[in-house]
Write a protein that binds this ligand. Structure first.
Ligand code: AMP
Ligand code: MG
Length: 325
């Protein structure tokens, strides 16, 4: 049995089941005349996703803490109580008779603290993309002694390549030292190796970045592109799907440039993507070229921003980033 084989298998199952529930909810809202400000579908899918992943992890790895983005307390206010009932309803087909109390227990299994071995989970990364019917991701990673050792990234709306239809979605995974792989998000276990692009000429670099200008400074990325002589416009997509797109060579870099001095990136917004890119041959640092440090609890408090590249372009992009500081 290879190292972390069980963790990979259980992680794949958890991300698949969680992604399936998210897709069901996203399908329900598609075409409905939802109020623009109504975030209830994403709230419901988000908590259901965390409950599913934490339940599956606890069954196989009862001693592993999980640091998830959500806590059940946020569902217990009078205003949100109806959401809890809908989360229970979503989980009932697989768990007949499940109670609200049990579901809250599963969600709160994600309130762990970091230790020498822990998982981190973003049950729905890219909530704004989810609500727009666009990209979002279920992101899960195992961190041992400060190093990401297993990364899983479910991208239900990311079209797979030739022959794999869009409906299927993608599931990226990586185990440290064992490469990165791509699977269909449905049950099939056929895998493809994932490799970053071979683009070495900075002016030919294809960038991707957040849709939300509050999450990454768009103006600064266009200055960086100008400095490098890049003509093409960046591709904007939500969530850690950006890591997947760089890992499989469809973009050459993902720039996440700080928008506010005090903001610190959250570990669950990156851990599921970082190892996929690194094992696909790429490189990930912060805007100063420092490795991301997953040893400071819930935040990447020693880092600012994130730069993800195919490796070949990393230094050229960091130089341009420094010139725009
Ligand atoms: P994206 O889909 O790439 O736009 O990123 C979504 C993530 O951005 C969310 O999961 C939030 O945790 C995170 N986020 C929220 N505020 C900020 C901010 N000011 N800077 C960077 N990321 C943020
Ligand atoms: Mg997130």
């Amino acid at each position: 049995m290879s190292e972390f084989e069980k963790e990979l298998a259980i992680g794949l199952k958890a991300v698949r089941e969680a992604s399936d529930v998210c897709r069901r909810v996203q399908k329900e809202i598609a075409g409905s005349s939802l109020e623009k400000e109504d975030r209830s579908p994403v709230t419901i899918a988000d908590f259901a996703s965390q409950a599913i992943v934490c339940r599956i992890l606890a069954e196989s790895f009862p001693d592993d803490p999980v640091i998830g983005e959500e806590t059940a307390a946020d569902l217990l206010s009078n205003e949100r109580r109806p959401f809890l009932d809908r989360v229970v309803g979503l989980l009932s087909p697989a768990h007949p008779g499940v109670t609200a109390e049990t579901v809250c227990g599963w969600i709160d299994a994600g309130r762990g603290e970091s230790s020498s071995r822990f998982w981190t989970l973003d049950p729905i990364d890219g909530t704004k993309g989810f609500l727009r019917g666009e990209q979002y991701a279920v992101s899960l990673a195992l961190i041992v002694d400060g190093q990401i050792v297993v990364s899983l990234l479910g991208c239900p709306n990311l079209s797979a390549e030739d022959g794999w239809d869009r409906e299927t979605g993608c599931l990226f995974s990586a185990v440290r030292g064992q490469g990165a792989q791509l699977r269909r998000l449905d049950g099939s276990n056929e895998t493809k190796a994932v490799r970053v692009s071979g683009t070495g000429k900075p002016s030919a670099a294809r960038f991707c970045e957040s849709v939300e200008s509050g999450h990454s400074a768009h103006g600064r990325s266009s200055k960086i592109a100008e400095l490098l002589g890049i003509q093409s416009t960046p591709v904007r997509l939500d969530s850690q799907a950006k890591y997947g797109v760089v890992a499989r060579g469809e973009a050459d870099a993902y720039l996440r440039l700080p928008t506010k001095a005090g903001y610190r990136e959250k570990i669950w917004d990156h851990a599921g993507g970082v190892l996929v890119v690194e094992e696909a041959g790429g490189k990930v640092t912060d805007v100063d070229g420092k490795p991301l440090e997953f040893t400071h609890g819930r935040e990447l408090s020693a880092n600012r921003g994130v730069i993800v590249t195919n490796g070949l372009l990393h230094n050229a992009i960091l130089d341009a980033v420094a010139k725009t500081a």
